[in-house]
Design a protein around this ligand. Sequence first.
Ligand code: HDE
Length: 713
Amino acid sequence: MTKGTNDKSVETAAAEFETIVGEGGELHQLAGGESETLTTQQGVPVADDQNTLRIGARGPALLEDFHFREKIFHFDHERIPERVVHARGYGVHGTFTLTESLEEFTTARILTEVGEKTPMFTRFSTVAGSKGSFDLARDVRGFACKFYTKQGNWDLVANNIPVFFIQDAIKFPDLVHAAKPAPDRNFPQAQTAHDNFWDFISLTPEAMHMIMWTMSDRAIPRSFRFMEGFGVHSFRLINAAGKSTFVKFHFKPKLGLQSVLWNEAVKINGADPDFHRRDLWDAIDMGTPPEWDFGVQLFDDEFAERFEFDVLDPTKIIPEEEVPVRIVGSFVLDGLVDNFFAETEQVAFCTQNVVPGIGFSNDPLLQGRNFSYLDTQLKRLGSPNFTHIPINQPRGCPVHNFQQDGHMAMRNPKGRANYEPNSWGGPRENPDTGYRHFPAEETGTKVQLRPESFADHYSQARQFFISQTSIEQKHIGDALVFELSKCARLDIRERMVGHLQNIDAKLASVVATGLGLKTMPPAATPAREPINDLPPSDALSIVKRGPASFAGRKLGILLSDGAPAGIVNALVEAVEALPATFEFVTPKVGGVTLDDGTLAEGKQKIDGGPSVLYDAVALVLSEDGASLLARDAVTRDFVADAFGHCKFIGYNAAAVPLLRKAGIEEGDLDPGMMALALDGDGAEFVERCGQLRYFDRELTLDLDAAAFLAPAE
Ligand code: HDE
């Protein structure tokens, strides 16, 4: 740390001040309530930050006011271009630990040194929305990781879905243009439920597998903490003997998988547009940081030859049942950023950032990405020296080279020589430890041609669909009906149903019925006949990989004055033991007085704490409280939504009138509803909440379920 100004002569409200400039150039606050003296960027103490310099109290401003000029100048230039995709993101720090060595396959130290801890930074994101869009858009989530290894930075720029929409990078601008707001009207924002997107998709059969994923609940995750991550492409691991093994990377959340319902997502976006980032912040802040297992699927050329699909095709997975995911490490994300802009906004990922022992396959999408990421950073961060920004600097190893100058250079090489080889000294290449590209043999003619082995567009889409539980299949159907109902053009809707017929007859018929199509459109002509008997894979279902308990989730406890303290305490105790969290939702944020006289402080006033913010709810009321709240429309919505979203609902006897006013009659009570009569019921209720939701309820509540429940034609 170097000290900046320290001038005690200026008369300010706080006499003590000190500006401490850290090594990274950051300004620090003084601890302990002392205030620093405000200074200009030049370090000059500021005497008045409330009024500009002018002639007379009501006169014109003076150019001489350098502090005002500098302050406004800097403010005017605060914005940088947002990312062209993945603009809305949230980054946190963490640590990767290796538990099993992959020395047999790679020289990458991060994958060979068991027990070694590697610092990392992860940025989660949505793809289509702008920086200020809402968190629960139906969208792919970015899961980009930068590992600061001892051999340099390794970026694994992953998503929460293991396949992609397109097979060739040249289609990326078209895909993104089609998904983002239309160029004339500049809407809709952060959603794919519009003509342009489905127009492009319906004309792009290779997208069908990805569409199954994005229409599934994977695209509306409950939290970043409950998501898987996938490197998508086949990469290479290269060992000391120069042998290459193909690899696909996987992250598996220790909390299990979980998503919300679509109707819930829509409402969360209104109630808390920052739902995901707040959730991550809170989890880390409360000392319950999320963790993931880190796994690899390893396979060789021989497997690649015999696998039904091309391992270079990014619209295909390799089912875990065929090549198991080998867990070789884990990572915990437990560090909040000090400053969002400095870290999350300025972090620059690049698929080409690999370390010795890790290499690329010929996946055409990966090859295109390798070009795009470096390019985009220059536009966004404005200088080739973005690697000098602290969040992008390697941490585990030194950096020595003769790259110099350019805008904002922070790190020019010292000494006389700025070239190599030279006779003055300085860094030289190292054939032993330096990065070596895998010497793959390639021959052929220059062509612009999609390989024949990429021609199957429906088989894995079907495999994904049949791997889902029936409620998840219903959600896929619902999502397609919702999205396509927002398309004004009938031909687009029909074209999509034509594709669905090649995936699953039942799905096609449910969607056709849901769209009110009078006749079934003709099936799309497949480029290659689909394989219809791929076995289902349990790994593809969220419900089958759901959480084992309520740990990491949140209970909303609705309280009124006079609510029984015994039941409340039992719930709180059961939740905290997991650990999970709870919030008291009260008529006024000041809280309520329980029947034992204790004050239960409200975290949310009922109007700002709808049940969509919680994984499960408990209604613990006094008789007076229940009859009062039963008159309140917002409170009724709280209950009706929790019921409609298949949540587990605990209630004490006094709360029954509120249930009735929310439309829940005696006959509607199901195993997802639990009476809390005794103090001990709290633990049993929280145990029951360990299941994701009581999904059976959905079939009785949704008119569209009729088409879904009908036998296939
Ligand atoms: Fe990206 N992508 N992408 N992408 N991508 C970007 O880079 C691109 C693709 C992914 O939090 C951009 O720095 C092309 C697949 C994530 O900062 C840009 C293609 C996957 C992030 C870019 C793809 C991803 C990006 C925009 C097709 C999953 C956010 C800003 C060939 C494996 C990184 C930036 C962050 C960001 C290009 C396809 C993941 C423009 C050309 C497949 C997680 O460079």
